[in-house]
Design a binder for this molecule. Structure first.
Ligand SMILES: Nc1nc2c(ncn2[C@@H]2O[C@@H]3COP(=O)(O)O[C@H]4[C@@H](O)[C@H](n5cnc6c(=O)[nH]c(N)nc65)O[C@@H]4COP(=O)(O)O[C@H]3[C@H]2O)c(=O)[nH]1
Length: 610
């Protein structure tokens, strides 16, 4: 079937009209049929058989057409009603004949389709196109596309209207659904970022100093933990529940979108920072109410960043970036809070970008090196080994502390590659010491989460040990508590695999994170390193003393060795020795130093033991 042109009646449909009626389009200028009534001209130029064939074609079209064909009289009552119209509206021809057009109009539009509108249709020259909500016999409202044209007789007298009609409900529903998908987040039903950005740009164009506007960036705290422990489907349900709470909390003119993952954006028109803060406190309280999923009670906290127009950004993208930076500020400040954007955050973000691009070049430019800090037994003061600590001297940025660049390497995904380099370099150094004939001492290497959770970690390390011909017992891996506890079940497997290789593992910064003691017991560990923040104050602070005493006793009970970090004073040394701490490292005993100085310690140790 040819596509329906809105203002031209397709010829085959025109031909299908009852012969006594002539669509007005045939009367238009230029149409060869205008000089005389069309059917008269047709009779003159067509012989009987052609006329019969035309009639048959018309009949076929009338009966078989997928388009409804309806003919109305001057009073807009049905004069003809083809089988397709029967199917579309559910009324048989007999039921439809004589009915006023109102019979297929729902109540809601019946009154708006006045006599005047119908008169316009009657007077229509050349056809008109409309999309209507119509009423099916069974009470359903259906969407119909109408093409109408008025009918005139030989004398130009209006006889009525003829219409082609098509049920486009499915197409319209699909379009409505597509529009919905284009604007909404499929999972939660909130708007998506794209839609919110349009709303925000519009709101910005209306905003002024008197009518400020705030954009809030919300990130759930520790959502990954929910996904990891309860599975993604439970995580999805939690997101839906929280999205509904966000929706319920908004004012009428606010707009909420899911940016993706566990991140949401709120557009708060007409809102200053203090007002946004008050609204967000209420929102955070609503979100913190327990959620019940699969028989688990989950309590969620959120970190929120807020940026205000115009001071924190004059367009949506800048505002969103500012709100994002403020959200990270909230995370750094311990999560479960909101922070407004501050200009220094932008400096911090640009420093981050600078570090990131310089780090990408660091390996190729050979800017990384390892320093080694000696570790001593507290009783015998024997050198037990070294901790390898990464150093970066950037050609562009100078010396950068690992405290600053390791988190950047972690966030930009470079840590696995850098960590690999550290491992290889430490093993290279061990094999150099072996080749030089030194009695072997272990070297400890720090592992970050991205490395520790690599599924092939044990195989990679085994290959590296082989390649450098280093005994596995000379390699120690240091994990922070948070890394080990991130996915404890996977950590259990990983630690068992490393243990099977003969590698030693210690928990770094012990006491600063949250450790499940039951896991600690099941993990294959060799040593707890007591964080230097506790060691620093053991002489003055009785609480830190109590913590360190407890850690030493607990480690003893679990069959683990202890090493105190950050030993700086002889008083600390004496106290730790008295408590039975096994080992220590710190400035008092030796600062981290390049391999050459570490070799000097090894030499001194060799002399001391001969
Ligand atoms: N105040 C004080 N500090 C002392 C003393 N003795 C040692 N330190 C410092 O304490 C840090 C100990 O390393 P960490 O806890 O593993 O903490 C490390 C570790 O978490 C990370 N890091 C260093 N190298 C690597 C690495 O190769 N891979 C990974 N993933 N992280 C690394 O960077 C952190 C900082 O490293 P550094 O700046 O080298 O800082 C080192 C060391 O220089 C002392 O007596 N007093």
């Amino acid at each position: 079937m040819p596509p329906m042109e809105p203002d031209v009646l397709p010829p085959e449909y025109a031909a299908a009209l009852p012969a006594r009626l002539v669509p007005s389009q045939r009367a238009q200028a230029g149409d060869p049929g205008t000089a005389e009534p069309a059917h008269a001209a047709g009779l003159r130029h067509t012989d009987e058989s052609e006329l019969l064939a035309a009639r048959q074609r018309s009949q076929l079209l009338w009966e078989q057409s997928a388009l409804g064909m309806v003919e109305w009289d001057e009073g807009f009552r049905v004069r003809e009603w083809n089988p397709a119209a029967e199917r579309i509206f559910g009324y048989t021809r007999d039921e439809a004949l004589g009915q006023h057009a109102h019979f297929i109009l729902p109540d809601t539009v019946r009154n708006s389709v006045s006599r005047e509108v119908l008169d316009i249709l009657l007077a229509q020259q050349g056809g008109s196109y409309s999309l209507n909500a119509n009423l099916h016999r069974d009470g359903r409202v259906i969407q119909c596309e109408w093409f109408n044209t008025s009918l005139v007789d030989e004398n130009g007298q209006t006889l009525g209207v003829t219409s082609l009609v098509q049920d486009v409900s499915e197409r319209e529903a699909a379009q409505t659904h597509n529009r919905y998908l284009a604007e909404h987040d499929e999972l939660t039903g909130l708007y998506n970022r794209k839609y919110l950005s349009h709303r925000a740009e519009h709101a910005i164009s209306l905003a002024s100093a008197q009518q400020p506007l705030a954009l809030a960036f919300i990130d759930l705290d520790n959502f990954k933990h929910v996904n990891d422990t309860l599975g993604h489907s439970a995580g999805d349900r939690l997101l839906c529940l929280l999205a509904a709470r966000i929706g319920a909390q908004l004012r009428a003119h606010d707009c909420a979108a899911r940016q993706g993952g566990d991140e949401f954006i709120l557009l708060l028109p007409d809102t200053t920072l203090p007002l946004a803060g008050a609204l967000l406190d209420e929102l955070a309280a609503a979100l913190a109410a327990p959620c019940h999923i699969d028989g688990h009670e989950i309590c969620v906290t959120v970190s929120i960043g807020v940026a205000c127009y115009p001071q924190d950004g004059e367009d949506f993208d800048t505002l969103l970036r500012s709100a994002d930076m403020a959200m990270y500020d909230a995370k750094r400040d311990g999560k479960n809070t909101w922070r407004g954007f501050r200009a220094p955050l932008r400096d911090r973000a640009s420093r981050q970008m600078l570090l990131e691009s310089a780090l990408h070049r660091a390996l190729a430019r050979d800017e990384l090196s390892l320093h080694y800090q000696p570790q001593f037994a507290l009783g015998s003061q024997q050198l037990l080994g070294f901790e390898a600590l990464l150093r970066w001297h950037s050609e562009d940025l100078g010396t950068v502390s690992p405290v600053e660049f390791i988190p950047v390497a972690e966030s930009c995904g470079l840590i696995a590659m850098i960590g690999d380099w550290v491992l290889q370099e430490a093993l290279r150094q061990l094999s150099r010491w072996q080749a030089a004939g030194f009695a072997p001492v272990p070297v400890a290497v720090n592992l970050s989460a991205a490395q520790f959770l690599q599924s092939d970690l044990a195989e990679r390390i085994a290959r590296a040990l082989d390649a450098h011909a280093v005994d596995a017992a000379l390699l120690e891996l240091e994990l922070t508590e948070s890394v080990a506890m991130q996915r404890p079940e996977e950590a259990l497997e990983q630690l068992a695999a490393l243990h099977a290789l003969g590698i030693r593992v210690s928990i770094d910064d012990f006491g600063t994170g949250y450790s499940s003691l039951s896991y600690l017991k099941r993990f294959r560990l060799d040593r707890l390193k007591i964080d230097r923040s506790f060691v620093a104050d053991i002489v003055e602070d009785h609480e830190d003393r109590a913590i360190v005493e407890a850690v030493i006793r607990m480690a003893g009970a679990l069959g683990l060795k202890t090493l105190a970090e950050g030993l700086e004073t002889p008083e600390q040394l004496a106290w730790l020795t008295a408590q039975g701490c096994d080992a220590a490292q710190g400035y008092l005993l030796g600062r981290p130093a390049p391999a050459g100085e570490a070799t000097a310690w090894l030499r001194a140790q060799a002399v001391a033991t001969t």
